[in-house]
Design a binder for this molecule. Structure first.
Ligand code: CP
Length: 347
C-alpha cells in the first residue's frame, strides 16, 4: 500500500488533489512558515535541483520558487526558452531552434528533481488550452514531478497561497462567502488561470462561491462543471452573477481581477480577436473595486488580488492600500505553499 500520496506527483491543477490533501499541504506550509519566521533550518531538499522554464514574465513566481529552493537547501535554475532550445510539441519543431518536449523532459529528469513551467497567451498564440497541453506533455515524459507555475487554464500555486491566506485571516472555509469577480483593466491579455483556480480551490474547500462577471467573460465550462461537482461533495455553494455590486453584498472575501474573453481567442475563433475584447472591456469600466463596493461586504471582509494589479482600473489605491487588503500576505504565502508542494512532491 502507498503510504505517501505526494512523493513524485505532478502539481498541475488542484482538481487532481483531494480536500484532505490540500489541507495537508496547507499544514506543511504553515509549519515551514513558522520555521522560516523563527530561523530554524528546514533543508528538506538538500542538494536537489528544480528547473524553472519561464515563457512569460514574473516577479512573485520566479522569486518565491528561487528563494524557496534555497531555503529548502536546494537550487532553482532559471531557464529562458529563448536561451535553451525552446521546448516544443511534436509538429511545432524548428530545426536547431526548438527541442521536442519528450527530449527536454527526459534529459532534465536525468539531472534534477523537479521541472516547473510558466506558459500562457502569446507563446502559444493565444490558443486556449495549448499551454496546459504542453505542461501535460512534460508530465507525460518526465520521471520527476512537474509543477505548473501558471498555464492558460490553471495557476494552482496562486490558489494554494490564496487558501492559506483565507485560512489565516478568516480561520477556515465553511460558511465563508468568496466572490471571484472580473474587474476592468486597460489590458485584455490577462489569462483565465487565476479565476479558474480560485473558484476550483474555494469550491473544493466548501466555501460559498460567487463568480461575478459581465456577459461575454465566462470561464471555461469545464471549470464551471468542476465547481458544481466540488460543492456537491464539499457542502459549499456555487453561483454566477452578472452584477458586481450585488455579488459583493455580505461577502467575506472579494477577489476582483481582470481576465480575457475566451469567446475571442482560439479555438473559439480562428485567430485572436483582441480588438473585440477591448470593445467588450470598454463597456464595463465601472467594474472597479472601490470603497463603496467594499462597504457592501461583511464588516470583516478581506480584499484579495494575485498581483500585479492595475491600480486605478481593477482597484482603487484606497482599497488595495487599505486595512482590508491582504495582497502582500497572499504574495508572501506563495513562498510558503510552494515550499510545501516542493518538499512533498520532490522528496
Ligand atoms: N501572481 C503571480 O503569479 O505573479 P507573477 O506574475 O509576478 O509571478
Amino acid at each position: 500500500m502507498k503510504t505517501n500520496t505526494f512523493r513524485g506527483r505532478d502539481y498541475i491543477s488542484l482538481l487532481s488533489y483531494s480536500r484532505e490533501e490540500i489541507e495537508t499541504l496547507l499544514d506543511v506550509a504553515l509549519d515551514l512558515k513558522r520555521k522560516f519566521a523563527t530561523g530554524q533550518p528546514h533543508h528538506l531538499l538538500s542538494d536537489k535541483s528544480l528547473f524553472m522554464i519561464f515563457y512569460n514574465q514574473s516577479l512573485r513566481t520566479r522569486n518565491s520558487f528561487e528563494a524557496g529552493m534555497t531555503q529548502l537547501g536546494g537550487h532553482a535554475h532559471f531557464l529562458d526558452p529563448g536561451k535553451i532550445y525552446a521546448p516544443a510539441l511534436e509538429g511545432d519543431e524548428q530545426a536547431y531552434s526548438t527541442e521536442r518536449i519528450a527530449d527536454v523532459a527526459r534529459t532534465l529528469s536525468r539531472m534534477g528533481h523537479g521541472i516547473s513551467i510558466r506558459m500562457y497567451g502569446q507563446p502559444v498564440d493565444w490558443i486556449y488550452g495549448k499551454a496546459n497541453q504542453i505542461v501535460n506533455e512534460f508530465a507525460r515524459w518526465s520521471d520527476i514531478p512537474i509543477i505548473n507555475m501558471e498555464c492558460d487554464k490553471y495557476h494552482p500555486c496562486q490558489a494554494l497561497a490564496d487558501l492559506l491566506t483565507i485560512k489565516e485571516k478568516l480561520g477556515g472555509f465553511r460558511g465563508r462567502r468568496l466572490v471571484m469577480s472580473w474587474a476592468y483593466s486597460p489590458s485584455v491579455e490577462k489569462p483565465l488561470s487565476v479565476p479558474q483556480s480560485v473558484v476550483i480551490a474555494a469550491s473544493k474547500m466548501g466555501m460559498e462561491v460567487v463568480l461575478a462577471h459581465p456577459k461575454g467573460l465566462e470561464l471555461d465550462p469545464e471549470v464551471i462543471r468542476a465547481c458544481q461537482v466540488n460543492v456537491e461533495n464539499s457542502g459549499g455553494s456555487f453561483q454566477i452573477s452578472h452584477d458586481m455590486q450585488e455579488a459583493f453584498r455580505g461577502a467575506h472575501v472579494v477577489y476582483p481581477k481582470s481576465w480575457t474573453s475566451m469567446e475571442n481567442i482560439p479555438p473559439q475563433t480562428a485567430k485572436p480577436e483582441m480588438e473585440k475584447t477591448e470593445k467588450l472591456f470598454q463597456q464595463h469600466q465601472d467594474w472597479i473595486c472601490d470603497k463603496a463596493k467594499m462597504d457592501l461586504c461583511d464588516g470583516g471582509a478581506v480584499y484579495m488580488h494575485c498581483l500585479p494589479c492595475d491600480r486605478g482600473f481593477e482597484v482603487t489605491d484606497e482599497v488595495i492600500d487599505g486595512p482590508r487588503s491582504v495582497v502582500f500576505d497572499e504574495a508572501e504565502n506563495r513562498l510558503h505553499v510552494q515550499k510545501a508542494v516542493m518538499a512533498m512532491v520532490m522528496r
